[in-house]
Design a protein around this ligand. Structure first.
Ligand code: AMP
Length: 308
């Protein structure tokens, strides 16, 4: 098993979907990544920052799942990062209503000593300079550095983002963001352009339409499991990334063939995330649930055609 470092926001989210509205609830990229990766019982540490307003019980949710939080700084007189979003009726697109960086504005990440030699680093969504700062603290070059980001950082810190993208192995990004980053509408061409920026592997997440994995001229596609009820897609992308990174950390195998399985795990875990508001479904997720859904996934995607 490999050690895993997870970077990203630990946040308050306020979400509005056609099915309802929440006040400030637990959210954040590192939260979703951590909850998802914890399904693999990996040795993982989160690196993030919260304010004095952040409830201890939320942090306990991570430690209960054996995620080390020594690298989660608590700024006693600061306010936690806050994000608010509203989903459109198709639930596949959303508008960001509020992004308050708060304690993230002055955050200097510190990777706990015991995790500076981690083999897998998951640079979740936050300022690219923080992502870079974490990468630079690693005493050994990680076997795999994975990066996730979003349009917000492309809009305000594109050069810093491009710099960190040039240093990582895998990027996970959604379809619209891949188009924005590359200037290409076709996702195949977008992946080619993003490859040229540095990452050997490009994963493009397409919400309810699944995910694509690109490597050189190879391409792999995993659908998302069609669900009868989708309540809240928030965190699905991070949950995907957490499942992807968690599975690779557990198996220690970073070949393209194994990455295909990581994409399936990522998609499977993301299919749970959207079933309830916020982190609720991920907090209560049992290994048996994951196994049952993987079986469904296999049935959904397997076919046997004889080619002669
Ligand atoms: P996802 O739905 O996977 O894109 O992730 C949603 C999560 O990302 C929410 O829980 C937010 O707290 C967090 N988030 C939203 N905007 C940002 C941002 N600009 N940087 C870091 N995290 C963010």
């Amino acid at each position: 098993m490999s050690k895993l470092v997870i970077v990203g926001t630990v946040a308050f989210d306020a979400i509005e979907t056609p099915f309802g509205k929440t006040d400030k609830i637990l959210g954040g990229a590192a939260t979703y990544i951590g909850l998802s990766a914890s399904q693999f019982n990996v040795d993982a540490a989160a690196v993030s920052v919260v304010g004095g307003d952040f409830p201890q019980e939320y942090l306990d949710l991570l430690t209960d799942r054996t995620i080390n939080i020594d690298g989660v700084e608590i700024v006693k007189d600061g306010k936690t990062f806050f994000w608010s979003g509203k989903y459109h009726n198709d639930m596949n697109s959303r508008d960001t209503l509020v992004t308050e960086l708060n304690v993230l504005e002055t955050f200097n990440p510190i990777v706990p000593d015991a995790y500076k030699d981690a083999e897998i680093v998951m640079l979740g969504n936050l300022h690219p300079l923080v992502q870079l700062g974490v990468l630079e603290q690693m005493t050994k070059k990680p076997k795999l550095a994975i990066l996730d980001t979003m349009d917000f950082w492309m809009n305000i810190a594109l050069d810093d983002l491009k710099n960190v993208i040039s240093k990582i192995d895998v990027i996970t990004i959604n379809d619209e963001e891949a188009r924005q980053l590359s200037g290409e509408y076709s996702l195949v061409n977008a992946a080619k352009k993003i490859h040229a920026m540095g990452p050997k592997y490009v994963v493009i997440k397409k919400g309810e339409h699944g995910a694509l994995l690109f490597h050189d001229n190879d391409m792999f596609y995993a659908p998302a499991l069609p669900l009868a009820e989708v309540f809240d897609p928030t965190g699905a992308g991070d949950t995907f990334a957490g499942g992807f990174a968690g599975y690779l950390a557990k198996s220690g195998d970073i070949s393209f063939e194994n990455m295909k399985k990581a994409v399936i795990y990522g998609s499977t875990l993301a299919s749970f995330c959207v079933e309830k508001f916020g982190t609720e479904r991920m907090v209560n997720l049992k290994p048996e649930d994951v196994k049952t859904r993987l079986k469904q996934f296999k049935k959904l995607t397997q076919f046997d055609i004889e080619l002669n």
